[in-house]
Design a binder for this molecule. Structure first.
Ligand code: NAD
Ligand code: TYD
Length: 340
């Protein structure tokens, strides 16, 4: 039996990871810590709250006193840190909170891991720490050796955290691992991100705001495949190692949007080209050969199947996202898109 503390478990990937663990390891205990920011949603966890192996604590990871108290009470074996401010556009508007949560929060968690002898601290990082790749060199991909070279306050905060994690490994011998994954998609994805935003707007026949020309490329992975990779890393990965996670599924933004429009039977006339994001990364592409060779990980869900499952999920789970888009999110949407 293992006690796994999952931070940011009321968010998109953390929520999927909580479901992943509870459905596959009935002997393990899963303790979720989340401060419930705008992106945290208890509805995401409503079907596991009665599970005897699940516990939820509303705590901010930068609150060292509460984190220490929780570790003393729970004594986790493994900590997986998903808690973060995660949206590039918000980091451009207001970087401060990104540095606080994404860097100082990691320090607080790792100090608690040291004090309570946690056997693995896993940092959920991102391919965005490598910066971007040119559009005209398709053979180039991010490997674990690619230098960190960030573009946005978000990616800079995540890269800073990665450096701190490796420093704790070297200095204190804290048993850490880091995963750097490409863009995820799937159920419980907050509507501010590309795929859910386009699905929801298309369902309402609202304009589909594509930044710039839509030529930017992202490497998309179904969220359950990311969960499987992290699960393998925390159980079989080697301390002190970084693992890239991605499924060789590069797509231009415009093609993603057209796929969604066509699958929903809507008109491509909804597509509206809007002002580009400042500092917009051109292309991300992950070389996942290390995690494949060392841990045997391979993605299971191809894009066509994954996007259909995702669209179906949004159609069938309207109450989950309607509550969000009718709340504070409406102000964000107006600020970000009204005069773009
Ligand atoms: P998300 O924004 O959907 O969820 C983040 C969660 O963290 C929310 O539940 C929020 O309430 C919680 N949180 C934020 N600040 C907190 C704090 N100070 N204390 C406690 N909880 C806090 O994000 P996501 O898309 O699920 O991303 C999770 C992690 O995966 C992030 O670290 C992100 O950098 C990384 N990542 C995301 C992607 C992606 O495509 N979404 C890809 C690679 C890596
Ligand atoms: P996003 O989902 O914000 O993820 P990230 O910036 O971390 O890759 O955006 C994915 C891509 O889609 C990115 O190139 C920006 C673009 N995009 C749009 O064109 N329109 C939108 O409304 C959003 C949210 C993103």
């Amino acid at each position: 039996m293992k006690k796994i503390l999952v931070t940011g478990g009321a968010g998109f990937i953390g929520g999927n990871f909580v479901h992943y663990l509870l459905s596959r390891y009935p002997e393990d205990k899963v303790i979720c810590v989340d401060s419930l920011t705008y992106a945290g949603n208890l509805d995401t966890l409503s079907d596991v709250t009665d599970n005897a192996n699940f516990g939820f604590y509303k705590i901010d990871i930068t609150d060292a006193v509460s984190i220490d108290k929780l570790f003393a009470e729970v004594l986790p074996d493994i900590v997986v840190n998903f808690a973060a401010e995660s949206h590039v556009d918000r980091s451009i508007e207001d970087p401060g909170i990104f540095l606080r949560t994404n860097i100082l929060g990691v320090q607080v968690l790792m100090d608690a891991c040291r004090k309570y002898n946690v056997s693995r601290y896993h940092q959920v990082s991102t391919d965005e720490v490598y910066g971007d790749l040119p559009l005209d060199k398709p053979e180039m991909m991010f490997t674990e050796q690619t230098p960190l070279h960030t573009s946005s306050p978000y990616s800079a905060s995540k890269a800073s955290a990665d450096l701190l994690v490796m420093a704790y490994y070297r200095t204190y011998k804290l048993p850490v691992t880091i995963s750097r994954c490409s863009n995820n998609y799937g159920p419980y994805h907050f509507p501010e991100k590309l795929i859910p935003l386009m699905i929801i707007n298309a369902l309402y026949d609202k304009p589909l705001p594509v930044y710039g020309s839509g030529a930017n490329v992202r490497d998309w992975l179904y969220v359950e495949d990311h969960c499987a990779a992290i699960d393998l890393i925390i159980r079989k990965g080697k301390a002190g190692e970084v693992y890239n996670v991605g499924g060789h599924n590069e797509k231009k933004n415009i093609d993603i949007v057209k796929t969604i429009v066509n699958k929903l039977g809507k008109s491509e006339r909804l597509i509206t080209f809007v002002k580009d994001r400042a500092g917009h990364d051109l292309r991300y592409a992950i070389d996942p050969s290390k995690i494949h060779a060392e841990l045997g990980w391979l993605p299971r869900t191809d894009f066509d199947e994954g996007i259909e499952k995702t669209i179906e999920w949004y159609i069938n789970n309207k109450p989950w996202w309607e509550k969000i888009i009718n709340g504070e999110y409406r102000n964000y949407y107006e600020r970000m898109y009204e005069n773009r």
